[in-house]
Design a protein around this ligand. Structure first.
Ligand SMILES: *Cc1c(COP(=O)(O)O)cnc(C)c1O
Length: 227
């Protein structure tokens, strides 16, 4: 049952925060609802879950229209085609998957003026995998400096999807790399410091919390496997 799964994840978060000396309030649970129905999202909302992450634009726009009576905070976490930035700029509070300067520029231009600035994270290809999107860890600092000056968007932090690892130490190692990149960029940013590390999924949320995650993105452990 969804209520049990949500409770179970909250317990995992609680325990990881205790074990690694983190404040419970500093870790936000983002429910990843791709390939899951609007009805299930509504059920999760009614259980107190208010932030939802989605990967596929058309799918989420459809769900948003049937859930528009709920003040859900929507996060876009999927790959972004540059011709799709308009609806992303218009329909989300957060975008975690900004992976090139051009995307940030377009989101900045297309964010409607009547909405608060769009919160963005830069996706970092932390393990340098050909199969994954994201900025190279060595060039991210220069790109972040350029992006942090754009209007209508706020550079909030970094996001990564590390290569799958089973062992806790290996999982932690990848997240530590992201944290290190985050600290380096922040040291160069002046007044507009980032405050968000979007890292950790169903299999590795404990390791991510140990290394400072502020948003964990949980799909399978909450909604079951995806077909
Ligand atoms: C699907 C997805 C998740 C959720 O992963 P689970 O392993 O199902 O918890 C998190 N982040 C991103 C970017 C995803 O695409």
């Amino acid at each position: 049952m969804l209520a049990d799964k949500l409770k179970n994840i909250q317990q995992r978060i609680d325990r990881a925060c205790t074990d690694h000396h983190r404040q419970l309030n500093d870790v936000c649970l983002l429910a990843v609802s791709k390939r899951k129905s609007a009805a299930l999202i509504r059920q999760a909302y009614n259980l107190g879950q208010h932030d939802f992450g989605e990967n596929y634009l058309q799918e989420v726009l459809d769900k948003q229209s049937s859930l528009d009576d709920l003040p859900i905070k929507w996060h876009f976490i999927g790959q972004i085609q540059s011709n799709k930035t308009g609806p992303i700029a218009e329909n989300f509070s957060w975008v975690h998957s900004v992976d090139r300067l051009k995307i940030a520029q377009r989101l900045s231009q297309q964010r409607p003026q009547h909405l608060p600035p769009l919160n963005i994270c830069l996706q970092i290809n932390i393990d340098n995998e050909d199969s994954k999107a994201g900025f190279d860890i060595t060039t991210a600092q220069t790109e972040a400096a350029a992006i942090s000056t754009l209007p209508n968007i706020v550079l909030r932090g970094l996001m990564a999807i590390p290569a799958t690892q089973q062992a806790f130490t290996e999982q932690r190692h990848a997240f530590a790399k992201l944290k290190c990149c985050f600290n380096e960029i922040n040291a160069s940013l002046g007044n507009n410091k980032m405050d968000t590390l979007s890292m950790g999924m169903s299999q590795d949320l404990e390791a991510a919390i140990a290394e400072g995650a502020t948003i964990i993105r949980i799909g399978t452990a909450l909604f079951g496997s995806r077909d």
